[in-house]
Design a protein around this ligand. Structure first.
Ligand code: NAD
Length: 529
């Protein structure tokens, strides 16, 4: 039996030996940049004519890895291969499957800084953010491995005399795993591991912005001895091969995390039954957010300002849980603006390979343009730039941490997910008004309230409609097992990744009711003949 689950500790880079280990990992990764990686379908490594390059957002001429662009035919082949492997993989025992997760976690732990260094290069995470991502990936593997063992134990049923009844959780089939780039190791590994530990097989289509880190994880699975074809690695255009995998009649389940637009598209396409399909496809879609932190009149303003700034600008505001709205009580509004601006100005933006950097480039040129567009929109709709506002796309896609005050409820930057380092500040008349503004969104992912009044916090528990609510702390940084994660409304299906309900989504329950004594009677009869 494995030991009790514990979250993987974060690395303290103030300790020289840890900083040195990270620098060595960065050097190693630097010497491996620009390599080419294949598709892997049923264990076969395949190269295609068309390629896609993953580039370093902080150093846009640097190619991190070169990848294959799968064709529609290869995407079909990936599903067929996963379907074939499912016929054997489904019969492996839960303990055996869980063991692959524990082994993979051990390998990740050993190569922690190397995996973080890949993220630092591929998505411009700072040291601390990359380290947190790797730790979360380890957590998912350790947690879901234990969860599978728990589900494999007998499930309690009401007793009926004369019958021996059982309920077992069995796998679904082929799972299309479609992760985002922003937690390129943790979310991708968590979704993939959940899918195969429950006995399913996987077509993994990583984001084109973060394929290298996905491939590195795939290599870890191979090293752990996972049989060929259980996870099939397929890079390519999301729009082209994504649709093929989603539409395929042998795809049983789509596990998606990403934007609302793509999530809704997948949900709609998956509802259509294709020729030869004999099930209703299941879709789990975890999507965007427009997360708010409310600062009440009685809050500790220093704590609140620190929480807002950390949650707004950690990983350049590119977390689904990022604080993109600070809703502040009018009586403390001006004081809070000062504190927020002061903290924002201290953020050191730059090269993510430098351990002193707090914030780096946004993911790609498209995001760079969209985010800058939102800053302009914020200004044109009457917002006042309190900090930042500038950008520089020359070397990498750098945007300053930007605070826009006096944003009106209902304004574009108060309503739409920006997914970048832009914080909108909104003045609320009072706590009632703050809650109303916070809930006036199509999303419902994370939220936080800073207040010294227990009654206000209790009211937020009842009325602030988000999947993950934080009280007197920032709204980012969910821990596996501690804060199961998922949102309401257009933030998705609330699958609560990293929680006890999550693996259920990847399985179906099968009940067998056996009449007691029938087997032994038959045996007796046979013996008598
Ligand atoms: P995205 O929707 O652009 O892409 C997500 C994935 O979908 C990628 O792998 C992409 O290649 C793929 N894809 C694109 N078109 C497809 C299609 N037609 N069919 C199938 N797959 C397709 O999102 P992103 O930019 O990678 O990630 C950012 C978004 O993810 C933000 O909105 C963020 O809030 C959200 N997110 C949500 C959570 C959560 O838990 N709710 C966590 C992380 C990120």
């Amino acid at each position: 039996m494995p030991t009790e689950f514990r979250n993987e500790p974060f690395t303290d880079f103030n300790k020289e030996e840890n900083a040195q280990a990270m620098r060595a990992a960065l050097e190693k990764v630097k010497s491996e940049l620009g390599r080419e990686y294949p598709l892997v379908i049923g264990g076969e490594r395949i190269n295609t004519d068309a390629k896609l390059d993953s580039i370093n957002p902080a150093n846009r001429t640097q190619v991190v890895g070169r990848f294959q662009k799968a064709t529609k035919e290869l995407a079909n082949r990936a599903v067929e291969s996963a379907y074939e492997t499912f016929q054997t993989w489904r019969n492996t025992g839960a303990a055996e499957r869980a063991e692959f997760l524990f082994k993979s976690a051990a390998i990740l732990r050993e190569r922690k800084h190397e995996l973080s260094a890949w993220m630092i290069h591929e998505v411009a995470k700072t040291w601390a953010e990359a380290d947190g991502d790797t730790a979360e990936a380890i957590d998912f593997l350790e947690f879901y491995g234990r969860e599978m063992l728990r589900y494999a134990e007998g499930q309690p049923l009401v007793k009926l005399e004369g019958e021996d009844n059982r309920m077992d959780y069995v796998p679904l089939g082929v799972v299309a795993v479609i992760p985002p780039w922003n937690f390129p190791l943790a979310i991708m590994a968590g979704m993939t591991a959940a899918a195969f530990v429950t006995g399913n097989t996987v077509v993994l289509k990583p984001s084109s912005d973060a394929p290298t880190i996905a491939y590195k994880f795939f290599e870890v699975l191979e090293e752990a001895g996972l049989p060929a074809g259980v996870v099939n690695f397929m890079t390519g255009s999301g729009a082209e091969v994504g649709d093929v995998v989603v539409d395929h009649p042998k795809t049983r389940f789509i596990a998606f995390t990403g934007s609302k637009e793509i999530g809704l598209r997948i949900n709609e396409r998956a509802a259509k039954v294709h020729e030869g399909q004999i099930w209703i496809k299941r879709v789990v879609a975890e999507m965007g957010g427009k997360d708010a932190i409310i600062v009440a009149d009685d809050a500790n303003l220093d704590d609140a300002a620190t929480g807002v700034v950390q949650a707004a600008f950690g990983f350049q505001g590119q977390k689904c849980s990022a604080c993109s709205r600070a809703i502040i009580d009018a009586s403390v509004y001006d004081e809070m603006l000062e504190k927020i601006a002061e903290r924002t100005e201290k953020i050191k933006t730059g090269d993510p390979t430098d351990g002193a950097t707090n914030m780096s480039a946004v993911i790609n040129e498209k995001a760079f343009k969209t985010i800058n567009g939102y800053i302009e929109k914020g200004k044109s709709e009457g917002g006042r730039v309190l900090a930042g506002g500038g950008s520089d796309g020359e070397q990498g896609f750098f945007i300053e941490p930007t605070v826009i005050a006096d944003v009106k409820p209902g304004a574009t930057i108060e309503q739409e997910e920006i997914f970048g380092p832009v914080l909108a500040i909104i003045k609320a008349d009072d706590y009632d008004d703050a809650l109303k503004i916070a809930n006036d969104t199509q999303y419902g992912l994370t939220g936080a309230v800073y207040s010294a009044d227990e009654a206000k916090l209790e009211r937020a528990r009842r009325e602030f409609h988000v999947g993950n609510l934080y009280l007197n702390r920032k709204c980012t940084g969910a821990l596996v097992g501690v804060h199961p994660f998922g949102g309401f409304n257009m933030s998705g299906t609330d699958s609560k990744a990293g929680g006890r309900d999550y693996l259920l989504l990847f399985m179906q329950a099968k009940v067998s009711a056996e009449k007691v004594g029938a087997t032994s009677k038959l045996a007796e009869k046979r013996a008598a003949i």
